[in-house]
Design a protein around this ligand. Sequence first.
Ligand code: FAD
Length: 291
Amino acid sequence: MRISDILKTNKVTVSCEMFPPKPGKPLENTQQVVHEIAAHKPSFMSVTYGAGGSNSKNTLSIAEEVQKSGVTALAHLTCVGQDEENLRASINAFKASGIENILALRGDIPEGDTAPQTFPHASDLINAIRREGADFCIGGACYPEGHPESYNSDADIDGVRRKVESGCEFLTTQMFFDNNILYNYMFKLLRHDIRVPVIAGIMPVTNAKQIKRIMSLSSSSMPTRFKAIVDRFANNPEAMKQAGIAYATEQIIDLIANDVTHIHIYTMNRPDIAGSIMTNLSKIIDGYEAE
Ligand code: FAD
């Protein structure tokens, strides 16, 4: 099913994210995880694309497994390391596997790599996919706190506008830990007449390692309330897991209460975390029945 159709509903949608195994690693464990997360009935499941374009085959294999589980797959695809020929091959492979949805991303350029890219930006990739005449539903990324390379908020919104003008049909946000940042951002998009559906990306932070990674990789700020949780529980794995699930659940409930009804959970191959959050939300998502 096309994600643009899934998002047409007035009901709450909750999607989950998976990452494929590294190249050369077996697929079986991750395939098993697909079915365990799919059992919690997400609206769709996205499968990330390896940094530096290293993981395309495994992205496709895991996306195929998602479709086999009966859940709609969203396959990520990045510009980094991509050329016209690779892109055509990826598009043909997606089509042959019945994948209808692509999240088109630039990807993070590996440090020290100064070679010109065939597709410098996500909007270039979207244009190229459209040029191939393939009828995919294409989404893109957006950043409520601004992409770290955007020199100001207007330049950042311009990047988003380019994607939408190229045919991006929905946007998934970078993680954020303060819902007010998302609400302000949604007003900003509207003010710039960007009206495609926005899916709010929620990261359940459940261990100390993740916190360090988030701090180093994303520009997401941590509100005082969240910092206090991390300070208190980061060294107690079970407590941090429970507190992280509770914080993410609370964020989602506040979003839904304020009419932000499309939620994406960065579940990162953790069926236990996906299951806990879905169970917490089971009476909040219309018509949802937990397993
Ligand atoms: P772009 O839209 O190209 O934007 C990058 C920067 O360039 C921004 O500052 C933008 O304002 C600016 N810009 C855009 N267009 C132009 C233009 N025409 N001229 C000048 N400047 C421009 N990475 C992976 O490697 N694999 C994944 O699977 C993956 N999944 C992700 C999923 C989500 C929901 C998000 C939010 C991020 C994901 N990322 C992933 C990370 C992403 O690749 C990086 O954040 C990357 O640095 C930017 O990607 P983008 O698609 O937003 O880039």
